[in-house]
Design a protein around this ligand. Structure first.
Ligand code: FAD
Length: 459
């Protein structure tokens, strides 16, 4: 039996390798770390989370929840690992990144169908089924070869990492624990909140605006930031109050010392199970490290913060998916090649895992000579693939899963539920679950999913 080769043991690659191996195929999983690393990875671990430790919301009937439910239903390795590694994170699925990676590592290293090969893949193997899952920080040699194979130049945008501080360096006589609107899955106060009054906020904005920055790798006017992950200095540049309506919004938080809502708030989210480190939520930036320490210590509660990691900015590489790949993630001109993860034009951890999961299953189907069936458009998985392969190619930007990507409800349902957004979202999720189950029922190879351990989408 020929090997299926997966390039990159990141989020998408690990899930893809697992799915293909579980379907009975022999898989070679290539990973260049530790021999060569990326500007963002810090370990040689599989499935390393390079920035935040959150896989987004678990609120029932939200779009990110639906995507995760569909992955769970398809037996996702990384969703299982996330469950094992879960730490308190309000309504988000937040994990201890070390436990998360260890769990993935253990499963893949011990899988009888998987062989791990460490070392940089410099070019796409010229025969056999290959899943390219080398991520937003694909090595330069491989990126050049992807350009050659796809016949297009690379695309870039900048992405970023939030700073992390030691928990015991936060002044808890100023900062307070609370989840926004008290929304935590288990009723606990998962976030540490640093409150700012108007004067403190204005001083902070002035400091951000005058800080020194690392030079971007491409000229400033050609830096296409991803709107969902803007650096704070870019948000501050857009207007004095823009940060207060973005990552520093105080909504749903009351400072227990004043009994009032602060003017602005910086939220800190738990990083690991030991709860000894916290990240500054949404505080990605590319200020010089010395300036980050100076500017962030202006935040009340962080005056003596010990920084375990500073924020950073990085290039992001992705292909022009609408031009190049089919909705089964296969390169149109060479269907033996699949693209998965951030490089195929999705944005986010869960979205990367999702496309890895599908690529792994479809690679297995291709190896068996079975037809490759796209997921129904009504599902989150189907809509994600539909977006990246049908968006406007000229202005294509990676996307997170949102309800905007799913088809609208029919006229009658829209009218009936026009005053109730929650009910509309619930209906979209119900419709997705029905389409999803019908799709699985019509698949001849889904017996292994009937196990009691696999939940239906809508639980
Ligand atoms: C700096 C940064 C911060 C981000 N922060 C977040 C965040 O907070 N939340 C979020 O949801 N998303 C975030 N993202 C976006 C995205 O979700 C992550 O990058 C995610 O890890 C993408 O998964 P992936 O599997 O596509 O790539 P990765 O997880 O990066 O995996 C790719 C793997 O391929 C390996 N590799 C690369 N080239 C080669 C080669 N030539 N040969 C062999 N191996 C190779 C790499 O070492 C890596 O292990 C961030 C992205 C970046 C760049």
């Amino acid at each position: 039996m020929e090997f299926i080769q997966v390039i990159g043991a990141g989020l998408a690659g690990c899930e893809a390798a697992f799915q293909a191996a579980e379907a009975g195929h022999r898989v070679i999983l290539h990973e260049m770390r530790p021999h060569k690393t990326t500007p963002a990875h810090q370990t040689a671990d599989f499935g390393e989370l390079v920035c935040s430790n959150s896989l987004k919301t678990e609120l029932v009937n939200s779009a990110p929840w639906l995507l995760k439910q569909e992955m769970r239903r398809l037996g996702s390795l990384l969703m299982n690992a996330a469950e094992t590694a879960r730490v308190p994170g309000g309504h988000a699925l937040t994990v201890d990144r070390a436990i998360f990676s260890a769990e993935i590592h253990r499963t893949l290293e011990n899988h009888p169908n998987i062989r791990v090969e460490r070392g940089e893949v410099e070019s796409i193997p010229d025969s056999g089924i290959v899943i390219v899952a080398s991520g937003p920080l694909t090595s330069d040699l491989l990126a050049a070869d992807i350009s050659r194979v796809t016949g297009s130049t690379r695309l870039f945008f900048y992405d970023s990492i939030s700073p992390i501080v030691a928990a015991d360096s936060v002044d808890m006589s100023i900062a307070f624990r609370a989840s926004r609107y008290g929304k935590s899955l288990d009723g606990t106060d998962d976030y540490i909140n640093c409150p700012l009054n108007k004067e403190q906020y204005e001083a902070f904005i002035a400091a951000v605006r005058t800080a020194e920055f690392y030079e971007p790798h491409i000229p400033e006017d050609k830096t296409p930031f991803f709107e969902g992950c803007l650096p704070i200095e870019e948000i501050a540049r857009r207007g004095p109050d823009t940060l207060r309506f973005g990552p520093m919004k105080p909504m749903g938080l009351i400072d227990p010392r004043t009994g009032r809502r602060p003017w602005a708030v910086v939220q800190l989210r738990q990083e690991n199970l030991r709860a000894d480190s916290y990240n500054l939520v949404g505080f990605q930036n590319h200020m010089k490290f010395g300036d980050q320490a100076r500017v962030f210590r202006l935040i009340p509660g962080l005056e003596h913060a010990e920084f375990l990691r500073f924020g950073q900015m990085h290039r992001n590489t992705y292909i022009n998916a609408p031009l190049l790949i089919a909705d089964t993630l296969q390169l149109k001109t060479a269907p033996r090649l699949f693209f998965a993860g951030q490089i195929c034009g999705v944005e986010g951890y869960a979205e990367s895992i999702a496309t890895g999961l599908l690529a792994g299953r479809w690679a297995a189907a291709l190896a068996e000579g079975r037809p490759l069936r796209p997921m129904p458009r009504e599902t989150a998985l189907g809509s994600l693939c539909h977006y990246i392969t049908h968006a406007e190619a000229r202005t294509f930007q990676p996307a997170n899963i949102t309800f905007d990507l799913l088809p609208p409800l029919d006229e009658e349902a829209r009218h009936k539920l026009r005053h109730d957004k929650k009910a509309r979202h619930a209906e979209v999720c119900r419709r997705a679950a029905v389409a999803f189950e019908e799709h699985l029922d019509s698949e001849p190879f889904e017996e292994h999913l009937d196990s009691e351990n696999v939940a239906p989408v809508l639980t």
